[in-house]
Ligand binder design. Structure first.
Ligand code: ADP
Ligand code: MG
Length: 239
């Protein structure tokens, strides 16, 4: 059964149509990838699902419930968590405090939030950095913190925006391992990644978009070999 379904979703910014009548359905428990060249509308899709801004047209369903008119905090509350392409942790707070901030979505009890944060920090291999200030962390750790903070909100669907961008191959592998472990706990994941290679290895299915429209959809191998996808990535780092 589909956990999330987008029907003909469209987002216009003035004269620019960033996402154009896009439809897709994500199955429960899968890792669903969205790829596309820079500016093709990937982050906008996440902003539409998480209601960062209102959608221009179309419908979004989560467990068969229409959600495209719900406010952002409600989207979070019903179990849709996300990370941001440009990570923005609460800079002056420690790693633990950042994760606790996520946990406060589900509890007002400080010791409960602290316990939850410790658990997640351990799961994300951030134990060594628990009392470090978020602002001092290098990018790969900040990205992991961003995931930890999203996990603390106890999502059933997690939206990951370019988690591996800017990471070296080894860091990227660690991030992929973490994403797989999150999926193994039963969380459904939609992942955006510009780098094709990362997506090939991790996604169960991939939706490829360009200019906000679907150009291919299916198993990673099929999508990677699709002529429209190759054309769209031509002149970019296709690796
Ligand atoms: P991607 O994540 O695939 O790189 P985006 O979804 O960020 O692409 O952007 C798609 C298009 O929409 C781009 O042309 C971008 O400039 C435009 N865009 C994105 N967000 C906004 C916004 N808040 N206001 C105006 N234009 C935007
Ligand atoms: Mg983006």
């Amino acid at each position: 059964m589909g956990i999330l379904e987008a029907r003909g979703i469209t987002k216009r910014f003035g004269g620019l149509t960033a996402v154009n009548e896009l439809s897709f359905a994500v199955d429960k428990g899968e890792i669903f990838g969205i790829i596309g060249p820079n500016g093709s509308g990937k982050t906008t899709v996440f902003n539409m699902i998480s209601r960062f801004f209102p959608i221009t047209a179309g419908e979004i369903y989560f467990n068969d419930r229409r959600i495209d008119a719900l406010p952002a905090h409600e989207i979070c509350k019903i179990g849709i968590g996300r990370t941001f392409q440009v990570v923005k942790p609460l800079r002056r707070m420690t790693v633990q405090e950042n994760v606790m901030a996520g946990a406060f979505l589900r509890t007002r009890n400080i010791s409960k939030a602290r316990r939850k944060a410790k658990e997640i920090i351990n799961f994300c291999n951030l134990d060594d950095y628990r009392s470090r200030a978020a602002m001092g962390l290098p990018i790969p750790l900040r990205k992991r913190l961003e995931i930890a903070r999203a996990l603390a909100t106890e999502p059933v669907l997690l939206l990951l925006d370019e988690t591996c961008a800017g990471l070296n191959p080894k860091e990227s592998e660690a991030a992929i391992d973490l994403i797989r472990r999150i999926r193994d706990t039963g969380v459904t994941i939609i992942i955006i990644e510009h780098i094709m290679k990362v997506m090939m290895g991790i996604s169960d299915r991939i939706l490829a978009i360009n200019f906000g429209k679907e150009i291919a959809m299916g198993k990673p191998q099929e999508v990677a070999n699709h002529p429209e996808v190759i054309k769209a990535y031509l002149g970019e780092a296709y690796a």
